[in-house]
Ligand binder design. Sequence first.
Ligand code: DON
Length: 568
Amino acid sequence: MKILIRIAVTVLVFQQLFAAQPAVYGTHGVVVAHDRESCDAGIEILKAGGNAVDAAVAVSYALAVTYPQAGNLGGGGFMLIQMADGRSMAIDYREMAPEGATRDMFLEDSGKVSETKSIRGGLASGVPGTVAGMQLALDTYGTLSRKRVMKPAIRLAAKGFHVSYGLASSLNWLNREAVAFPETRRIFCRDGDLYQPGDRFKQADLARTLKRIQKQGNAGFYRGEVAEAVVQSISETGGHMSLDDLRSYKAVLREPLRGEYRGYSILSMPPPSSGGLALISMLNMLEPMSFDSVGWHSADQIHSLAEVEKRAYADRSSWLGDPDHFEVPVAELLSKPYAKLRMMDYDSTYASPSDSVYPLNDSELATIRALQGESEETTHFSVVDQWGNAVSVTTTLNHPYGSFVTVPGFGFLMNNEMDDFSAKPGVPNSYGLIGGEANAIEPGKRMLSSMTPTIVSRDGKAFLVLGSPGGATIITSVLQVIHNVIDYDMSLQEAVNAPRFHHQWKPDDIQYGPRAISTDTELRLQAMGHELSLRAAYGEVNAIMLDDRFGGWIAAPDYRRAAQAVAY
Ligand code: DON
């Protein structure tokens, strides 16, 4: 937990320093992402005639250069695609536990979970998925060549880009934290000759790695010299990953999850993310409630959402995991009868203590099945193209700079995604999330995620494209932006920038960001039985919305991490 608190403070400091970039409007193409260079990479590809998938691949590779905290080659993510012709698809390029992984690999001899092994060093890394994911996206929906879409990223790595204030501060932090990782300090901290805002940051090693991928595709990363260097660097920093682990990694096409909320269609990420399932089940629980006369961020509204969140996160702890290794009751948890059953003990005036909110049990699951017989440091960017194709991507190394292991000679960082597994039943991970059997470590299994790339449609057309970083808080951040737009009629920028709060079942408290809850509302919530705690601002919901007035697109970057948007 210590590590995360420090990370949260770093993020808070950056966000206070910058004025928000306002929303932008365009009719041909819009990109909203963490930084300007990555947005520009996407726009360049759209202007070259590429579609939103081509542009998303370009943005993803650009972020691997400009945003080493989260953009990556050595990590993974999810891409959700909705084409204007009605086709939709989820691409799962989540990392995978290596064959050498064992259920108890993060337990000390005393039986306690190690505080560091799943966070720093080679043991923390899962087999990376990004390169395979980008290739699958291009093969399935792309229209331009890999050669073309990777050009902006290669240029950024080879010629460099100007270090922003935020990146310089973050690299300063890395220099202090990564003392035990000399290659990381060499590449990102110039061995202590720290980058200042405005300096040009060139990455020759990374440029070579990108060129190799550009030329050879998956083989340029999962085989040959890069794969050998990954295996060696993981082994030298205490982990085990084999050439076979890399060679056998596959990105997967998955059917997106679908839901309905007040006439809007929701498309979101299926397992191994918990995000789509929790999001849709929370919307199902909210739907019977009316917010017409409930003030925004009043005690009543916050209470309703916190109660809904508590129930969804309780289910997440027991029932969510890699669907290729654990049977996730997706259709049941997504059903409206389930939401009704789940809310039977909801009291609109009093908080249910989390200790009395249990995950769905086997007999309740059977009841829902019977009812069903009648009828189922992360970063986010969104892209929409001139044809109305929409792409929503969340990608990550997990914590900023992942495991801190930079692959020598190749200039990229490895993830620390293994911490997203449940190291021991009932023991929280670094986001305070509890898991059990469904998310236990197994070789070849993908760790459960909260990443929630989502597309909301109206009358069959993409209406809202969004997602966020923020670990456990991702799902409730996405929920609140959708709720702000649909139930409170906010403009997109207002909905994105609005303060947020979060409940994840355990710990049993409403965590709220700066200015999210006034003191008198806090007192009312306490009287209803809630505990509350203030935390640093979190999330970066980079969203796009259809504009009703002129028919184009509005892109709204989240002010919290000084995100950017470009449109034309
Ligand atoms: O997949 C997940 O849920 C986490 N690894 C995401 C990490 C994250 O959002 C960190 N960013 N702030």
